[in-house]
Design a protein around this ligand. Structure first.
Ligand SMILES: Nc1ncnc2c1ncn2[C@@H]1O[C@H](COP(=O)(O)OP(=O)(O)OP(=O)(O)O)[C@@H](O)[C@H]1O
Ligand SMILES: [Mg+2]
Length: 232
């Protein structure tokens, strides 16, 4: 579904991502792991069309999307959950969700998708008229995920969604990731928290200083020396 081949990027003259190749197949949950500063959010920026990739290609369902911006990528069926949520704080929850829906160009009516999201996230239901900025951190995390899902994307890419959540909320969040996957949505989960991320993933990649340092199934990565050294 999503395939990166030889992708590099730089900030000015400073190289960041170097020759990254990875793929996510339809129906999979794949983790991109890595310590602070490894280049995970840089990868998110490349995948969401905010930062150009230099050399290499990104393809989505066989189509080269390397040069597309966020709007086009959303319209092609990718839902984005950026680091730090990035909700519009003065807009209501409903308005934030509407923006996600409009970006996706979904054929299903808004009200019916909204009902689906309210079922998936019961706490959102009573709070649709509340300004998003007044929601708790955990609630905002759920709203950001609902905003990415409301347009019925084929693929969701999340950057560090568990950051700042309590262990209980992290568990709840990843339960929802499992549900999304069971509904047939493909997920690329960018996370620092390796054990938690791998617990819901089929496979993963480890990014260290802008390069892929290890790749494999959940079991292979948990047994990998570099992963153990960095995390366990
Ligand atoms: N706009 C920028 N200009 C210059 N350097 C940048 C810029 N954005 C990020 N960097 C640098 O690129 C490196 C990778 O940053 P990135 O945000 O991708 O890391 P990360 O893996 O997401 O880390 P974290 O887990 O802390 O979120 C860091 O050294 C960072 O300082
Ligand atoms: Mg980051």
């Amino acid at each position: 579904m999503l395939e990166l081949s030889g992708v590099s990027s730089r900030y000015g003259v400073v190289p960041m991502l170097q020759d990254v190749s990875m793929n996510v197949m339809e129906g999979e949950v794949v983790s991109l792991l890595g310590p602070n500063g490894a280049g995970k959010s840089t990868m998110f920026k490349v995948l969401s069309g905010l930062l150009p990739s230099e050399g290499g290609t990104v393809t989505l369902a066989g189509e080269n999307v390397s040069k597309l911006g966020t709007e086009k990528l959303s319209a092609l069926g990718i839902g984005f959950v950026p680091e730090g949520r990035r909700l519009f704080p003065s807009l209501t929850v409903r308005e934030n969700l509407r923006l996600g829906y409009d970006a996706a160009g979904c054929q299903i009516p808004f009200e019916s998708r909204l009902e689906e999201m309210a079922t998936l996230f019961p706490r959102i239901r009573e709070r649709l008229s509340q300004p998003a900025g007044t929601m708790s951190g955990g609630e905002q995390a759920m709203v950001a995920l609902a905003r990415a899902l409301i347009g019925a994307p084929k693929l969701v890419i999340m950057d560090e969604p568990s950051l700042g959540l309590s262990p209980k909320l992290i568990a709840e969040y990843f339960q929802i990731v499992k549900r999304i996957r069971e509904d047939g949505t493909t997920v690329l989960l960018i996370e620092q928290n390796a054990e938690t991320a791998l617990s819901v993933s089929d496979r993963g990649y480890l990014l260290v200083r802008g390069r892929i340092a290890a790749a494999g199934t959940r079991e292979e990565l948990l047994a990998d020396d570099t992963v153990k050294h960095l995390y366990l």
